[in-house]
Design a protein around this ligand. Structure first.
Ligand code: SF4
Length: 240
């Protein structure tokens, strides 16, 4: 790769653009060489696994390369030819979102703190953390910015950008407002009426009876015949 004269003509070329927050348009050139092999070792037989080599370069509006070195990626696997060059580029960009999740999950959501010898339990924990992260994203329109004094002039605060960290700071207020049914002192009527999006006045007065909506599928809800099915048209329940 040090010697461009040895690369040969790329077998695939694509272009796209990126418009920055400052409205600068960058041209992105993607080139690919397919079915390449590299030297392997006894315990890493890379010579047996063909790959697609992808080179990505960014150019500023004057046509100058933005970075001194191009970005090189390799795509491996039997299905590598199913991806277009733009798919590969977009997939690579997603790594920044994934990395944010892992960084934030470890620092703020205890992603790596649950220790168990049971890998199933560990996977369940990761799912819980992913759900907690999703809730922070979903709550972004409900939370308020609560910056520390030294954070008041950060661009994210000035632009009222609600990051997952900002959402987490105000999340306890949201949870207090929603409330949680206490098993010791449950709310009157349907236990879910304080947080149910389709609650009716009667829901706070009397307890709905448990009924079989369809074989093997029970529900206790005053709205079971229409509203509940409208909210969950394809409930993931057994026996539906
Ligand atoms: S609509 Fe159903 S789930 Fe919601 S509060 Fe009323 S009875 Fe409970």
């Amino acid at each position: 790769m040090k010697y461009p004269e040895t690369w040969g003509e790329p077998e695939g070329v694509a272009e796209t653009i990126f418009i920055s927050q400052r409205k600068v348009t960058y041209r992105i050139e993607i080139q690919a060489w397919k079915n390449l092999l590299m030297h392997g070792k006894k315990d890493i037989p890379m010579q047996k696994h063909a790959f697609t080599l992808v080179k990505i370069r960014w150019y500023d509006p004057d046509g100058k390369a933005l970075f001194a070195k191009p970005l090189w990626l390799i795509v491996m696997g039997k299905r590598r030819t199913e991806f277009s060059l733009l798919d590969i580029y977009q997939s690579y960009l997603q790594r920044y979102d994934l990395e944010h999740f892992f960084g934030f999950g470890k620092q703020k959501l205890l992603l790596d703190k649950f220790q168990t010898p049971n890998d199933k339990h560990e996977e369940n924990w990761w799912r819980l953390v992913a759900l907690a992260y999703l809730q922070l994203l979903a709550a972004k329109d409900l939370v308020s910015q609560l910056p520390r004094p030294w954070e008041r002039y950060l661009p994210s605060v000035l632009n009222k950008l609600i990051t997952p960290a900002a959402a987490q700071r105000d999340m306890s207020r949201i949870i207090r407002q929603i409330g949680t049914p206490s098993p010791v002192d449950p709310p009157s009527g349907c236990r879910f009426h304080t947080r149910c999006p389709i609650a009716q006045p009667m829901c706070s007065e009397s307890q709905p009876e448990l009924r079989e909506l369809r074989p093997g599928h029970f529900a206790a809800c005053f709205s079971q015949t229409h509203n509940l099915l409208a909210v969950f048209p394809n409930p993931p329940f057994k026996g539906q």
